[in-house]
Design a protein around this ligand. Structure first.
Ligand code: AMP
Ligand code: GLY
Length: 417
């Protein structure tokens, strides 16, 4: 099978790594990719937001499956253009991707499907914002309605800060604060059949101890030893299947990856958000544990034949990933600095620990930083403690001027807390 992956972050590197290990994959392309992905896939240039250009590239390459990684192309309708060109595509239509593209739309779908989520108001005027803030009280949760690369949400005790964030958005969702640990659960679906993956936990805040601003994600681990073993079944029954059914009944079936961001509250599981694609960095740990070859599963979802898919097999191993970010991330990141130590990780730590590239670029014989999140250092081990130790040992070999990373990824879970 010839596969084309669209995107160029650590999630796409993880996808390409898994696809490159799949014996059914005979050719692997990635557009636009990055310096790390170039080691496992052939890179092509494309404007990932231009559906006609992506469809033309897929046709030119003879791709038998296109996997769209990030949300922006999905919300722009890239999967529709590829599908219209007759090429199977893993990723939802523009209309179904609104589940991520509009928080207000997601709330409407959840209400119709009876999916448990935070109570919320959609506000467009300062008066509505004030009323909603008063209705829920602190801590305040204010979400930009549209896509914001993980940075559109402010959770704060400070009413003025909440009002100010709302002022910067055209339309905001203000909602009840949900207390409790967060879980990311991904499901692969063809619009009818839903196949859950293993749960993971992401660390959204920039600094240790969950301090600092929200980011796209600073690290992740899987499995979750503290979680109820029935969690996946419960979320399947109360969240994933009802949401997929609701979108199908609306005439806009969702096929691709449905990402449920969940809070495990004292009153039960609640959806914090949906995404319409694999999460980054959770994908790095989930795919590290997946034993079933990936391409066939994604193709079954793309073709509407997921009911024929054999159950997924998983490694017993645990996995941890630690994101190395540029100075100043999640603000405007410093870029263009050389990254050293990548060869040392490959020579000393593999295959249990490896580096997945996010914002990197090749410049002559050097690899330099080219974005906010630069690398996602991933490791497996017999338990979280070992995976964590291996991941941080590899992180310690990486030298990038001004870089930052959290030192507490998976720490509590590894200690059984
Ligand atoms: P989102 O982009 O909706 O996932 O929000 C980003 C992060 O903000 C989440 O991972 C949570 O940590 C936090 N958050 C979002 N909504 C809520 C909520 N209703 N209650 C508490 N925290 C929230
Ligand atoms: N890790 C959060 C996200 O992918 O949105």
């Amino acid at each position: 099978m010839k596969v084309l992956v669209i995107g160029g972050g650590a999630r796409e590197h993880a996808l390409c790594r898994s696809l490159s290990l799949d014996p059914d994959v005979t050719a692997l392309y990635c557009a636009p990719g990055n310096a790390g992905i170039a080691e496992v896939a052939e890179l092509r240039e494309v404007d990932a937001l231009d559906g006609d250009a992506v469809a033309a590239l897929a046709t030119e390459l003879g791709a038998e499956l296109v996997v769209v990684g990030p949300e922006a192309p999905l919300v722009a309708g890239v999967a529709d253009a590829v599908r219209a060109a007759g090429v199977p595509v893993f990723g939802p239509s523009r209309e179904a991707a609104l589940l991520e593209g509009s928080k207000a739309f997601a709330k409407d779908v959840m209400a119709a499907a009876g999916v448990p989520t935070a109570r919320s108001y959609v506000c467009t005027t300062p008066e509505e914002v004030d009323d909603a803030l008063d209705a829920f009280g602190a801590p305040y949760v204010v979400k930009d309605d549209g896509l914001a690369a993980g940075k559109g949400v402010v959770v704060t005790e400070d009413r003025e800060a909440a009002r100010e964030h709302a002022r910067g958005c055209d339309r905001v969702v203000i909602e009840e604060y949900l207390d409790g640990p967060e879980v990311s659960l991904f499901a692969i679906t063809d619009g009818v059949t839903v196949l859950p993956l293993q749960p993971a936990q992401d660390f959204k805040r920039a600094l240790d101890g969950d301090e600092g601003p929200n980011t796209g994600g600073m690290g992740a681990y899987s499995p979750l030893p503290w979680a109820d073993p029935k969690l996946v079944d419960e979320v399947m029954a109360t969240v994933l299947q009802p949401t997929v059914d609701e979108l199908r009944h609306r005439g806009t079936p969702f096929s691709g990856l449905l990402y449920a961001g969940l809070a495990i509250t004292g009153r039960g599981v609640r959806v914090i958000e949906f995404n319409a694609r694999f999460g980054d960095p959770e994908t790095q740990v989930v795919l590290a544990r997946l034993r079933t070859p990936l391409a066939g599963v994604l193709l079954n979802a793309a073709n509407g034949t997921l009911d024929l898919q054999a159950p997924l097999n998983w490694h017993d191993d645990a996995a941890v990933t630690v994101v190395v970010a540029s100075a100043n991330y999640p603000g405007t990141p410093r870029t263009g600095d050389p990254i050293e130590g990548l060869d040392e990780v490959a020579a000393e730590d593999g295959p249990e620990a490896y580096v997945l590239h996010a914002g990197t670029r090749r410049e002559g014989d050097r690899v330099v930083s080219a974005g906010g999140r630069v690398l996602s250092v991933t490791a497996t081990g017999s338990d979280l403690a070992q995976a964590r130790e291996r991941a941080y040992k590899a992180v310690g070999r990486i030298r990038l001027a001004g870089s930052q990373h959290r030192t507490d990824i998976a720490a509590k879970a590894a200690e059984g807390r």
